[in-house]
Each structure stands twice: as structure tokens, then as C-alpha cells.
Design a protein around this ligand. Structure first.
Ligand SMILES: [Ca+2]
Ligand SMILES: [Ca+2]
Length: 583
């Protein structure tokens, strides 16, 4: 995440959200009673696999474990998308930064809101079934707004990570809390705002807080009991080999990093404990390759963001794509996009499992793709983590990678990217990855700041240059790395993308528009003016034979877009298109 403007964040990131008693004792009682109330791992797994095979469902953050955000539904097509109309909307009553991606299973939509409510709605009508209101232990400390990006639904339970760093499990039928566990110490800046993903009897979630000097991790909990199964630290300890790495002079594609490695090495003795507060947030949903038994995720920036002088070395595994074992959480491979990042150009957008054409027309290669804040899409072999290619730049780049100075160095992309946390979509029919991007020229200013948790610890500031900013919605061919088309929009983009078998891709803008494009050509097909910034990822699903497209339109804290409280749901006009089955 790249918080701007900095002063605003400092004022807004630490604030009281109300107090409430802890319910951990109830969770402990349930745990003592065994798995009561939760399905067995085998039952839960069978059910979610069935939902992923059912084209009308959207059962996990990225629809399935690949994170492709691709739906097989084809009632809405590039020929009829122009007549989409609002079917219903749900107003949360919480007009705050709204980044959620709903989950839809068995005709029910599960929606997280800002400030960690969870709402269950009838997916055909929007009628509310229940609402859970999370009670915080006290003031919360977190970067970039009181946001939540979504829930996991598994084995009859709904799972949400809360800003106070607790993971809660709710009864999917009633919204009653089954258990909660403390994933991190929120008084030290550990917070949860990304979506959990559930598989193989586990709920897996990454922690954030690298703007506060945490040591990040991904944790797997037993889905039924809430007991911890494994934890992988995104910053390896000295016993685990350390976080210094090979002291890379260049990134993996030969771009010079302009590091003073002799000085870094000379300084490393007196900063030997820097790894303990080394950062490495995991902002987004992991992808899961059940065949390879891998959990693959992207790791964010080192701490502090801009001042690299206090953290010599490559700062493993920050700014990286990492694979760990689904069974044991142990490191399998990693790929660093920027060793020793000092620009906050970390890996924030969720990784996507794809198959790309093999060399010289050979068999397709199982790959993983990630749209970087750097402005490049990285494509790796997901069996090994070895790079296959880096795409053409999908946003303007300039002065990469100039070291920040006290006065400020202009560089592009700015610290929000490139691609921010916004999930991309991938269509296996076009082979394109659809990417939301920001063009925000910034000055990178470095300064020495003391580490005083839970104060924000950036080691400098990112400042706009006053130049025009804009957004780009881009299609990147993952087989060639070429940018196939790009649509410029008025403002920098944060939100997400959706691709469908009907040949349509959807996204939203800060300028309050929901947009549909032809997946192949990039031609705009439709737009709808919302009452707030559309800064959340759209989804699609079917209910009663009708295909719906849903997206939150509540604005965004990070790029300060108009707030509102609407979840908007679109469909073709009543009756239209229903002759063609949604599925
Ligand atoms: Ca950051
Ligand atoms: Ca409203």
C-alpha cells in the first residue's frame, strides 16, 4: 500500500472505533467441545469444490483457488451488455472506504463492509438475512482506511479478518460467532484487512502492518476449531537463513537497483536485528494450487518503506511472490520483484494461477502471474518460481530505480503503482490479464525516523508532483507479455476486474462509474454512474436463471474518492436474455 497524502494518513490511521468485550472464551468453549458446528474438512472441501464447479456461484475471493476472477457465465455478452440495468442495491449504512468482493454460495451473498460488519443477503433480491457487527477490543491501528476486502465461506461458516487482527468464524446460517482467534497484536500495528481463503480444512490469511514495523506472516487455522495449523513468516530469521539474500545489484530482469552494497554490508552488523521489524505484509488472498500442494501469495514492502539505510540486504521475502506447502506452510520457492525496495513498489495485487503457452509451441506451462506496483506483469513457472517473462510496462515508467533523496526524486510509477492491491482478472479465452493501473508522478523523499510502535514508520514521504494523474485499464497478453489494449480513465484506478465467458470484462472507477468492455477488443460496451467511487472488484453469479454482476460503490480512503454505502447489482432487463440459460 502507498498511503498518500501522508499527513492525512497519520491523522486517520489510528483512531478509536469503539470498544467491546472479547469473545475468546466462547471460542475456547467451542474448541473444547471439538468440531461442533463446523463441517468436517472432507465435507467442507467437497462442498467448496462443487461450488467452484457450479458456474452460478462465486464461492471464494477470486471465484476459485486460481484467483482468476473469471466466470463461465455467458448470459451477459458483449452483444447485450449495453442494456444492463440496476436489478437491486443494498445500502450498508456505512459510507466508508468500501473494498469488498462478495462471496455467493447457494443463493446467498456474504458481504463484508468497512468497520468489519458481515451481511448475508438473498442473492436474487438483496433481502437481508442477518448482519454481524464486530466489536473491537479498543482503538485500532491500521494502514489505509477501515477496510475489509472480503470473507471466506467454507463448511457452513463465514470467516473474516478484522482490523483488530482477530479472525472470526460465523455460522453461515445465522451470523452467530462460532469462535475468534487473535492473529496478531494490533497495539503494535498488526491488522487484518485482506480476505482469507479456505481449503483442505484450513483457513489461510495474511497479516498487514508493514507501515508500522511488523514482521509479517501467513497463518493457517483449522477451519472447524480455530486452532493454528502453521505459520509462515515472510521475513526469515537468521536461523532460517536470514533476510539478506544474495545482495542483488539488479532485479531478475537486469534492471539496475542503484544500491551502495559495500555500504549496506558495512552497516549490517549494527542493524543485525532489523529483520524483527522488517515488514512483509500480505495484503491479498493467496492462490492455492491443490495439485502441487502449494499456497502462493504476494508479499509487500519492507519496513520502513523508504529508508533502506536501516535494513541492509535484499530484505527477503519482501516484494516477492512466495510459495509454501499447503500441508506444512514451509517455504518452497520465492521470487523477489525488487530486492531492497526503497520505493514502496511492492507486490500488492493478488497472484493469479494461469497456463501460458510453452516455448516453441510446446505443452502449456503452469504459471503464476502478478501485476506489480512496478508497472510490469511478472509471469513465473509456479512449479519452481523461475521467471518466464516480464510484460511490457502497462503504465508510464520514469527514472526507475533512482534512490530517494532528502529533497525528493521524481519517479514513475508512484508509490501506489502501477497496480495497487486491486485484483486482476484473467480470461482463458483471450489469454489476457486485465489490470487496473495508476499514473501518479511522485517525489520520493527519504529521512531518518525513529521506530516507535505503534506510530507509522515510513522513513520518508511520497509527495505528488502536481502533474496530471490518470488511470489505465489494460489488457496484457500473458503468452507474449504485450499490452494488447489500454483504456485511459480520468482518475488513478483502485478496485478490481472481472472477466466472463460472455466475452465481457467489468471494472469501476474513482469517477463513480461501473464499466463493461469487450474482452478481446477493449471497446467500451456500457457504463453506469454510481453515487460513490467504484473502488472494489466486481463479481458475477446466477440466481433463478438470471446472471447478475455485483460491485461495491463506496469510494476509497487511499486515493480519496467519494464515499457512499452501496452494493450495486446489475442484470439484463427482466426477461431479456433468460431464454439463454445463465449457465
Ligand atoms: Ca507500503
Ligand atoms: Ca447509498
Amino acid at each position: 500500500m502507498a498511503p498518500i497524502p501522508r499527513l492525512l494518513l497519520l491523522l486517520a490511521c489510528t483512531f478509536a472505533l469503539g470498544c467491546g468485550g472479547d469473545r475468546e472464551s466462547a471460542g475456547a468453549e467451542r474448541r473444547a467441545a471439538g468440531t461442533e458446528g463446523g463441517a468436517s474438512a472432507a465435507e467442507a472441501d467437497a462442498a467448496i469444490r462443487q461450488a467452484m464447479a457450479d458456474s452460478g456461484s462465486w464461492p471464494s475471493y477470486g471465484r476459485d483457488y486460481s484467483n482468476r476472477r473469471y466466470s463461465p457465465l455467458r448470459q451477459i455478452t458483449s452483444a447485450n451488455a449495453g442494456s444492463l440495468t440496476l436489478a437491486w442495491k443494498y445500502e450498508t449504512g456505512i459510507p466508508r472506504s468500501f473494498e469488498t468482493s462478495p462471496v455467493v454460495v447457494d443463493g446467498v451473498m456474504y458481504l463484508s463492509t468497512p468497520l468489519n460488519h458481515v451481511v448475508a443477503l438473498d442473492a436474487a433480491t438483496g433481502q437481508k438475512k442477518w448482519e454481524y457487527v464486530h466489536e473491537y477490543d479498543g482503538p485500532t491501528v491500521h494502514c489505509c482506511g477501515p477496510v475489509n476486502r472480503g470473507v471466506a465461506v467454507y463448511g457452513g461458516r463465514v470467516y473474516m479478518g478484522a482490523l483488530d487482527a482477530r479472525l472470526v468464524a460465523l455460522d453461515a446460517a445465522t451470523g452467530e460467532k462460532a469462535w475468534d482467534v487473535r492473529v496478531g497484536d494490533n497495539t503494535k500495528g498488526y491488522a487484518l484487512n485482506g480476505p482469507p481463503v479456505a481449503a483442505d480444512g484450513k483457513v489461510i490469511i495474511g497479516i498487514s502492518g508493514a507501515e508500522y514495523g511488523i514482521r509479517g506472516y501467513v497463518t493457517a487455522y483449522d477451519a472447524a476449531s480455530g486452532d493454528q495449523v502453521w505459520r509462515f513468516y515472510t521475513i526469515p530469521s537468521p536461523e532460517e537463513g536470514g533476510w539478506w539474500g544474495p545482495w542483488a545489484e539488479k532485479d531478475a530482469f537486469g534492471t539496475p537497483l542503484n544500491r551502495d552494497i559495500a555500504k549496506e554490508k558495512a552497516d549490517s552488523a549494527e542493524t543485525a536485528d532489523a529483520w524483527q521489524r522488517g515488514g512483509g505484509s500480505v495484503w491479498q488472498a493467496p492462490a492455492i494450487d491443490t495439485a502441487l500442494g502449494l499456497v502462493i501469495f504476494n508479499v509487500g514492502n519492507p519496513s520502513p518503506d523508504l529508508d533502506g539505510s536501516v535494513r541492509p540486504g535484499d530484505n527477503l521475502y519482501t516484494n516477492a511472490i512466495v510459495a509454501v506447502g499447503l500441508e506444512d506452510g514451509k517455504h518452497r520457492w520465492h521470487f523477489q520483484t525488487i530486492p531492497h525496495d526503497v520505493w514502496d513498489l511492492d507486490a500488492a495485487s493478488p497472484v493469479v494461477l494461469v497456463d501460458v503457452p510453452g516455448p516453441d509451441g510446446g505443452a502449456p506451462v503452469p504459471a503464476v502471474a502478478h501485476a506489480g506496483k512496478t508497472g510490469w506483469v511478472y509471469v513465473l513457472d509456479r512449479r519452481t518460481g523461475k521467471p518466464i517473462r516480464r510484460s511490457d510496462a502497462f503504465v508510464p515508467q520514469a527514472n526507475m530505480f533512482a534512490q530517494p533523496t532528502a529533497k525528493g526524486v521524481r519517479m514513475l510509477p508512484g508509490a501506489n503503482g502501477g497496480s495497487e492491491w486491486s485484483p486482476t482478472a484473467f480470461s482463458p479465452e483471450t489469454g489476457y490479464l486485465y489490470v487496473l493501473a495508476l499514473h501518479q508522478p511522485m517525489l520520493y523523499k527519504v529521512r531518518s525516523e525513529p521506530f516507535k510502535p505503534p506510530a507509522m514508520w515510513l522513513g520518508g514521504a511520497f509527495v505528488g508532483t502536481g502533474e496530471p494523474q490518470y488511470g489505465l485499464f489494460v489488457a496484457v497478453d500473458l503468452g507474449t507479455g504485450k499490452v494488447v489494449w489500454r483504456n485511459r480513465v480520468k482518475d488513478p484506478m483502485i478496485g478490481g476486474a472481472l472477466a466472463t465467458a460472455g466475452g465481457v470484462v467489468f471494472t469501476g472507477t474513482a469517477d463513480q462509474e461501473v464499466l463493461a468492455f469487450d474482452a478481446k477488443s477493449g471497446k467500451q460496451l456500457w457504463s453506469y454512474k454510481a453515487d460513490g467511487g467504484v473502488n472494489a472488484p466486481p463479481i458475477t453469479y446466477a440466481a433463478g436463471g438470471r446472471q447478475y454482476v455485483a460491485v461495491a460503490a463506496g469510494g476509497n480512503f487511499q486515493i480519496n474518492t467519494p464515499r457512499n454505502d452501496d452494493l450495486l447489482v446489475f442484470a439484463l432487463p427482466g426477461g431479456a436474455g433468460q431464454a439463454e440459460a445463465a449457465q
